[in-house]
Design a protein around this ligand. Structure first.
Ligand SMILES: [Zn+2]
Length: 510
């Protein structure tokens, strides 16, 4: 789901260079802290004998699409458990959690009836509803995402119509607030008897040649009204008609199914136990669930196969880290980062012993930076690690919080939710689309990403000094506010009461 926030992320990019010098030993890197011989062995296994692409091929071809809560997702969980066991991880098990509601895609057909008659290419957005059986037809009307306040004053104007999301003028809110408000519109649209809404994730337009992009429209958000993603070519034509004052008429038949209640899902967990401090845990993760227009090879088969490839490279190196590396394949990321939120909740009593999490979920490209999830105190030390891997790849280090994937719950817990950010220019095409297939992934890039994950994981878990302990809620809340994450978290109801109380106290004492 990460990409919807990409625009905002760019604006919020703050160089985390303000790290304190700290004590010198805490800033030692692999060249000085004794971890380098092990890293050399792991790099050899990871680059010369990588199994990551083989894992991704199996996941793409033998499992395929795996929407959280579906039988295919259950198959993916079983596949993940079998892989972790075959790799030789310890304590391999599934950790169950409940998704608020299940959803299954049915058909999505659209036909333009006038001004010309032809089929339109659409796919339903996830967790959205259906037209009446057999479909319904109506006029297409523009819906300005940049003025939802004005649009929502008169919802009856959309009754029996097909709102098409356009962006006119200047936005009067941040994109994240617009995305949240779009959800409010969709609720009202359901009540107002709208036939269907044309607009992709966050109301955004499709990218690419004749591609649609599915996705969720909030965190754990479902809507009775059908919402579709339409190809850029078809949507562009409708927009041109509207601009000329013509009113296109379209017939929609969209059929999806919701479960009546919660459905079960599970995170897949396996460990390399620490040789000195097994109780201290670094989580290394990616999300196993995907959307269903293709195989989910880039989102997030890449992350899943990096996690398994990293585990495999470390195991085959024969090296044992000081502390435990816990490999986790999360589910429910696409519905609202649910699996990793569930993980943090289920492991609450153990969080003080966590060192952080290391996550990859930004497409098919090479790693370009490690974003330390709010922890500016760790930037200097991590730069020493980056220097040690510079012959494999030059990577940057900053303290940015990534809020669009499984890093977020860890950053909110005051831990470094480390995002392995990637240079993935083609991700805009494969993201949640029919092009998200194995063809989009280069084996050498995947092997390198998996190796960098293995090296970072091993270094964090093995260095003599403990890498990180959780910050207090107070310090964490302040950091999230400083990084402007509070607006998004509040807009989607994810700002914890503890943080709100801290904010209130701070205001009253100022
Ligand atoms: Zn993803």
């Amino acid at each position: 789901m990460r990409k919807i926030f990409a625009g905002i992320a760019l604006l919020a990019l703050v160089a985390g260079l303000g790290a304190s010098a700290q004590n010198r030993s805490a800033s030692k890197g692999p060249n000085e802290d004794g971890t380098k011989p092990a890293l050399i062995k792991i790099a050899g296994e990871g680059t010369l004998d990588s199994h990551a692409y083989q894992y991704l091929t199996e996941l793409s071809d033998d499992v395929g699409a795996r929407v959280t809560g579906s039988p295919q997702a259950q198959k993916a969980v079983e596949w993940g458990l079998a892989k972790m066991k075959a790799i030789g991880l310890e304590n391999v098990h599934a950790e169950k959690w409940q998704l608020w509601r299940g959803w299954t895609r049915g058909t999505a057909e659209a036909e333009m009836l006038s001004p010309i008659r032809r089929p339109l290419h659409v796919d339903a957005m996830g967790w959205t509803g259906s037209t009446p059986a057999g479909g319904a037809e109506g006029d297409v009307v523009a819906l300005n995402l940049f003025d939802l306040d004005g649009e929502m004053k008169n919802m009856s104007r959309f009754t029996g119509k097909i709102p098409l999301v356009v962006m006119r003028g200047e936005p009067n809110k941040s994109f994240i607030q617009l995305f949240a408000q779009f959800g409010d519109f969709l609720k009202a649209a359901g009540k107002a008897g709208v036939i269907a809404v044309i607009g992709g994730q966050g109301g955004g337009k499709s990218a690419g040649l004749n591609l649609t992009h599915t996705g969720i429209l909030g965190f754990d958000a479902d809507f009775a009204v059908p919402v579709v993603s339409m190809t850029a070519e078809d949507q562009g034509q409708l927009e041109r008609y509207l601009a000329r004052g013509l009113v296109p008429r379209v017939h929609f038949n969209v059929q999806n199914t919701f479960t009546s209640g919660p459905v079960e899902s599970a995170n897949v967990v396996g460990e390399i136990r620490g040789r000195e401090n097994p109780e201290q845990v670094l989580v290394v993760g990616g999300h196993l669930d995907s959307w269903d227009l293709s195989e989910g090879s880039t989102d997030n088969g890449m992350g899943s196969s990096c996690v398994l490839g990293a585990a495999d490279a470390i195991m085959r190196s024969g090296m044992k880290p000081r502390r435990t590396i816990r490999f986790v394949l999360f589910t429910g990321e696409e519905q609202g980062i649910d699996g990793s939120f569930a993980y943090v909740k289920q492991h609450q009593s153990e969080m003080a012993n966590h060192l952080g999490s290391l996550i990859l979920d930004n497409g098919q490209g090479p790693v370009r930076s490690f974003q330390l999830g709010g922890r500016d105190d760790l930037v200097e030390a991590f730069k020493q690690f980056a220097a040690a891997i510079s012959y494999i790849r030059e990577v940057k280090v900053d303290d940015k919080v990534e809020d669009g994937t499984d890093t977020l719950p860890f950053s909110m817990a005051g831990l470094p939710g480390i995002n392995m950010d990637q240079d993935s220019p083609d991700y805009q095409y494969t993201h949640h689309s029919a092009a998200d297939a194995l063809e989009a992934v280069k084996p050498d890039v995947l092997a390198q990403d998996a190796t960098l994950m293995a090296l970072a994981a091993y270094w964090i878990a093995d260095r003599p000094e403990r890498f990180a302990s959780p910050w207090s809620p107070e310090k964490t809340a302040r950091m999230l506010i400083a990084q402007h994450e509070d607006a998004m978290l509040k807009a989607f109801g994810l700002w914890p009461k503890a943080f709100a109380d801290i904010e209130k106290r701070n205001v009253s004492t100022e």
